[in-house]
Design a protein around this ligand. Structure first.
Ligand SMILES: C[S@@+](CC[C@H](N)C(=O)[O-])C[C@H]1O[C@@H](n2cnc3c(N)ncnc32)[C@H](O)[C@@H]1O
Length: 190
């Protein structure tokens, strides 16, 4: 990870109002400090991101007094661009990717095989069309999220995504993302 200034930019995507985000950011800053202690990187800027409806006032009121970073709020969905190109060194996203950007339309359409009969979650497990509609929406959302971060994160930067769900769908999705990455690497080297 390199930086033209002595400031590292860290983003927490889907930060909510704390306290988990503060604990996570404290760890991230601490680890980066240890890693770059000889590199003249002395300052850290943390961008706290969440939907515009998030209670950013509550978040900022409870910022740790002894924090060793500058704090900023970035309102808006992480399903799209949030930051200038190549400006983020480390992005973190915990327990947020399972929030879909919208309800798949076919779930609400009585004529669709994926009609979810008015339920807001997957109850009738015999109807695999409902599951497929949710998976398709998740894949679209993740593609948008990862494409946006690919523009925003500096070369050599990093994104860490934590999800409490270890479903087959997630494993498949990240498996296929890794395969894409390997294909790009093979393309570069051969
Ligand atoms: C379960 S909370 C997790 C909070 C915190 N990251 C943690 O690990 O405790 C999920 C948060 O993600 C936010 N979120 C969900 N979808 C989002 C999106 N598309 N863009 C930004 N924030 C989002 C929600 O508003 C909520 O605050």
């Amino acid at each position: 990870m390199s930086s033209s200034s002595n400031t590292l930019h860290i983003a927490d995507l889907g930060c909510s109002v704390g306290p988990n985000t503060f604990i996570a950011m404290q760890h991230v800053v601490q680890v980066l400090k240890e890693k770059y202690q000889n590199n003249n990187i002395l300052e850290f800027q943390v961008f706290f991101n969440d939907h515009v409806t998030n209670d950013f006032n509550a978040l900022f009121r409870s910022l740790p007094i002894d924090r060793s970073y500058y704090a900023l709020g970035v309102p808006g969905t992480f399903h799209g661009r949030l930051f200038p190109s190549r400006s983020i060194h480390f992005a973190h996203c915990s327990s947020a990717i399972h929030w879909l950007s919208k309800c798949p339309e076919e779930l609400l359409d009585e004529k669709s095989p994926a009609w979810n009969k008015g339920s807001i979650h997957y109850v009738d497990t015999s109807n695999v069309e409902v599951l497929n509609a949710y998976v398709a929406q998740f894949e679209k959302d993740m593609e948008i999220l990862l494409n946006a971060r690919a523009e925003e994160i500096v070369e050599g930067g990093m994104i860490v995504i934590l999800s409490p769900q270890s479903s087959e769908c997630l494993v498949k999705f990240f498996g296929s993302s890794l395969m894409d990455l390997l294909n790009v690497l093979f393309y570069v080297f051969f």
